[in-house]
Design a binder for this molecule. Sequence first.
Ligand SMILES: CC(C)(COP(=O)(O)OP(=O)(O)OC[C@H]1O[C@@H](n2cnc3c(N)ncnc32)[C@H](O)[C@@H]1OP(=O)(O)O)[C@@H](O)C(=O)NCCC(=O)NCCS
Length: 170
Amino acid sequence: MPLGSRTAVTVRDHTDADWPAVWAIVEQVVRAGDTFPYPVDLDEATGRAIWLDNGPGGRVSVALVGDELLGTAKMGRNRPGPGSHVATASYMVSDAARGRGVGRALVEDSLTWAREAGFAAMQFNAVVETNRGAVRLYESLGFTVIGTVPRAHRMPDGTLVGAHVMHVDL
Ligand SMILES: CC(C)(COP(=O)(O)OP(=O)(O)OC[C@H]1O[C@@H](n2cnc3c(N)ncnc32)[C@H](O)[C@@H]1OP(=O)(O)O)[C@@H](O)C(=O)NCCC(=O)NCCS
């Protein structure tokens, strides 16, 4: 089904039956190597462990348009113990479905989840600075760039680019 410029997006919790469609998105994003610090040759079992295990109280969501799964998010506490009042999250949208509101729906849903779970803030630890769509999306929802770790991410062409720490109070 072709997507319109803005389409109704449903976000719900991940179930086991979703994994093949989620893995297809995770695999696509990881192989590209330009946004996530995961091995570009990540295998499915490791990918499943990374994406689905989010520690105590963590959660994975999926975004659908109709019955088509187009995006996913993982979320949980950023750090254990004294850091456990700060949440973190990661988002991936299918390449073909980007720019149509799926990512925004996933981020908004994760912020609602974090507020309802009692987190005081959400922090992203490494937003690749060249990932302008992601940075703009997060800033539009209240996140600010706390700082930028220089040369933290090696792009597929070998270029070293910075990674932002981004934060919002909830
Ligand atoms: C980042 C990502 C999750 C955004 O998802 P998306 O579905 O494309 O985002 P949306 O369509 O909801 O766009 C939301 C906003 O982001 C911004 N945006 C998205 N793509 C953009 C682009 N290519 N250039 C500039 N801004 C962009 C816009 O400000 C847009 O605002 P609008 O809602 O007012 O139009 C998606 O591009 C993705 O999965 N990228 C690869 C993985 C990744 O980078 N994950 C985040 C790592 S920190």
